[in-house]
Design a protein around this ligand. Structure first.
Ligand code: ITT
Length: 191
């Protein structure tokens, strides 16, 4: 089965490709010849994921999926959450977003946080949602250079290393994205 993955984030593509095996062929927007930046205006991961997958379905009529991910920090009432990409402002860099997060958590003893991924899969235009959660905490300072986004400041439960200190295989032992993708694979296998 061919599935278009509605994302412009190559890190997400690499992480999900490492999980998908067998007869599933993942096609990126670039490979499908689609150059589009789909707005994510909603207040929930579910709605933003849906708008990305349905836009690509309307354009192509193909089976497709998208995902939206947020970092939810307990002491900040779930922030930055759905606004993770633009926490420090529209088009903010990963660096600026991390700076804002560390500043907000300065001196905080509760550093609990979780990544939450929501996948919206459209098969023949029919939607199914899958969720993956990774619990952990936010470090005091950046650690490591791998990965993307908030990886340098997030340590998953059960690890001493931040996501940015792990290779992709290591991150995928814990990752929110991997958990959601495994549910998608199980669903497709059950069809
Ligand atoms: P799309 O094209 O798929 O929308 P995006 O990069 O805009 O790609 P999101 O809106 O889902 O993706 O991501 C929100 C932000 O959350 C993203 O820019 C990162 O800063 C952060 N993020 C998402 N997944 C992450 C992960 O696995 N590790 C660290 N940070 C992550």
């Amino acid at each position: 089965m061919k599935l278009i993955f509605a994302t412009n984030n190559q890190h997400k593509v690499d992480e999900i490709r490492a999980v998908l095996k067998g007869p599933l062929e993942l096609i990126t927007l670039k490979e499908a010849g689609i150059n589009i930046d789909i707005p994510e205006p909603y207040n929930t991961l579910e709605e933003n994921a849906r708008t990305k997958s349905s836009t690509i379905f309307e354009l192509t009529g193909s089976h497709c999926f998208s995902e939206d991910t947020g970092l939810e920090v307990e002491a900040l009432g779930g922030e930055p959450g759905v606004k993770s990409a633009r926490y420090a402002g529209e088009d903010a860099s990963f660096e600026a977003n991390i700076d804002k997060l560390l500043e907000k958590l300065k001196g905080a003893s509760n550093r609990r946080a979780r990544f939450r991924t929501v996948i919206s899969l459209l098969i023949n235009g029919q939607e199914t949602l899958f969720e993956g959660i990774c619990e952990g905490h936010i470090t005091e300072d950046r650690r490591g250079n791998n990965g993307f986004g908030y990886d340098p400041v997030f340590v998953p439960d059960g690890s001493a290393l931040s996501f940015a200190e792990m290779d992709m295989e290591g991150k995928n032992r814990f990752s929110h994205r991997k958990k959601a993708t495994q549910k998608l694979v199980a669903f497709l296998n059950s069809l």
